[in-house]
Design a protein around this ligand. Structure first.
Ligand SMILES: [Zn+2]
Length: 61
């Protein structure tokens, strides 16, 4: 039986234009601090620092 698990989805937000470019999941057990990644931003057209932001409305399933 599958037990109820909480998989927190997070956005990776470009710190330059504040657009949420990526949706990913963070392993809350192994990574307790906030994610900060260099990712390509299609709006800025360069690699920028993307920080973790929570989804505005988590849909209940
Ligand atoms: Zn950007």
């Amino acid at each position: 039986m599958a037990k109820k698990s909480n998989r927190p989805k997070i956005h990776l937000t470009c710190q330059v234009c504040k657009r949420r470019n990526y949706v990913t999941r963070r392993n809350t057990v192994n990574t307790t601090e906030k994610l900060e990644l260099k990712r390509f931003c299609a709006t800025c057209k360069v690699h920028t620092l993307h920080k973790e932001t929570k989804l505005p409305n988590p849909k209940p399933r």
